[in-house]
Design a protein around this ligand. Structure first.
Ligand SMILES: Cc1cc2nc3c(=O)[nH]c(=O)nc-3n(C[C@H](O)[C@H](O)[C@H](O)COP(=O)(O)OP(=O)(O)OC[C@H]3O[C@@H](n4cnc5c(N)ncnc54)[C@H](O)[C@@H]3O)c2cc1C
Length: 383
């Protein structure tokens, strides 16, 4: 792996930096987990898209710049270093889009991707159910054949930002008689404002109202909104989870920027004789850089025509535990001030969210099982 950037990547970095310097709002936008913040973030997505910075690695015809993953990583480093807003369209961009690139039709890509890139349509992920989280294959929501499409019924839960999103994608049971639970599932897209959909916000620890559960009562989905073949939903869903865990959900740029902010905090707030705290700050910097190298190694593998399999579980466990340690260090540095929700650098809010990292995108217990079985070759646990 060559870690030196090409001249072209260096020029791309400068272009992105200039654009971001001119456009990133001076004041942070309100939280994207609120109605007001969601709207503000949607406008930001439109602005990013107008500059063709919202989905740099997509083909130009869908709103991207057609650049490779290394350019994307460079862009992400600049994005977070510039303090740019969190991405409200991340579910669509990180999960649905790769699914459409791999399994969708050209008609679906042309219809769906441009409005995703511009923030006009924001997508929610509707996979989890009350009895189907880690054991997703036990999901019970169903899709029943009807004239020209399917009728969806059931309950989905833990759907990030679904209270304000426009559309959702999920897997549904279409063959209840299939011989194995993960067979007979179909991957579908639906409108969150369609007749038969009830969206009910779920209270979060921080009181923000965007998280939601969805109740579906014979919601019509036309055939054109089925992704891949009916019955192939599990295979399609599993082929894209690696993206979420392994590469796109938490790009290293975010942690490099956070580690830099932590160093600044150390310089301004710490007692220099506190060597234990100093070592934790150093660990945060080392962790961010190590994660960056690991991610570049993944990107190199993609560039050489490979893919990421179970290794994505290593990334997921690393970034989620790293995020908590980083925020704990910041809060310990800040002392009592760190407990203020709107305190310095909003570390408290980041800490509360970091606690969910070992749960979403597949819990870390499950990731450790995958690492043990598929990477280390240990025997299967009792389940
Ligand atoms: C902030 C946040 C955002 C989320 N956003 C979305 C979203 O947008 N869309 C969506 O569909 N879902 C979303 N989720 C749901 C998330 O994917 C699930 O919470 C996760 O898959 C775990 O499922 P569960 O909550 O049902 O827990 P369970 O599966 O019931 O697990 C409970 C505990 O048991 C452990 N456990 C279960 N089975 C095993 C096993 N075989 N071996 C060892 N340990 C095991 C788990 O690791 C966990 O610690 C989100 C969750 C959070 C916290």
């Amino acid at each position: 792996m060559d870690l030196d950037h090409t001249d072209e990547e260096i020029a791309f970095r400068a272009l992105a930096r200039d654009w971001l310097r001119a456009r990133v709002p001076d004041q942070p936008l309100p939280s994207l987990e609120t109605a007001e913040g969601f709207a503000a973030h949607r406008e930001w997505e439109a602005e990013l898209s107008a500059g063709r910075w919202s989905v740099v690695s997509w083909p130009e015809r869908y709103g991207g710049r057609g650049v490779d993953l290394f350019h994307w990583l460079v862009f992400e480093e600049e994005y977070y270093a510039a303090g740019a807003p969190g991405r409200v369209s991340q579910n669509g961009i990180n999960l649905l889009a790769p699914t459409l690139f791999d399994h969708g039709t050209e008609e679906q890509r042309a219809r769906i991707l441009p409005s995703m890139a511009s923030g006009e349509v924001i997508w929610a992920q509707a996979w989890s159910e009350p009895e189907a989280g880690s054991d997703l294959a036990s999901l019970r929501s169903r899709a029943v054949r009807t004239d020209g499409g399917w009728l969806l019924s059931g309950q989905k839960t833990w759907s990030s930002r679904a209270a304000f999103a426009d559309r959702a994608f999920g897997i549904f049971r279409t063959d209840p008689d299939a011989d194995r639970p993960h067979r007979g599932l179909t991957y579908l897209m639906f409108d969150l404002r369609a007749p038969g959909v009830t969206v009910r916000p779920i209270g979060r620890i921080d009181g923000k109202p965007a998280f939601a559960e969805l109740f579906l009562d014979e919601v019509f989905v036309p055939d054109e909104d089925v992704i891949g073949e009916p019955g192939q939903g599990w295979r399609i869903a599993m082929s894209t989870t690696g993206n979420e865990r392994g590469l796109t959900l938490r790009s290293p740029g975010r942690f490099l920027a956070a580690a830099d902010r932590l160093v600044e905090l150390w310089r301004s707030a710490a007692d220099p004789s506190d060597t234990a705290l100093r070592d934790r700050v150093a660990d945060a910097v080392i962790g961010a850089r190590a994660y960056r190298l690991f991610t570049y190694a993944h990107a190199s593998r993609f560039a050489a025509g490979g893919s990421i399999g179970a290794e994505s579980s290593l990334n997921k466990v690393f970034w989620s535990e790293y995020d908590i340690a980083l925020h704990e260090t910041a809060l310990d540095l800040l002392g009592a001030d760190g407990e203020l929700a709107d305190g310095p650098g909003e570390w408290a809010e980041g800490y509360v969210f970091s606690l969910a990292g070992p749960i979403y995108a597949g819990t870390n217990e499950i990731q450790r099982d995958i690492i043990a079985e598929r990477l280390l070759g240990l025997p299967k646990g009792r389940r």
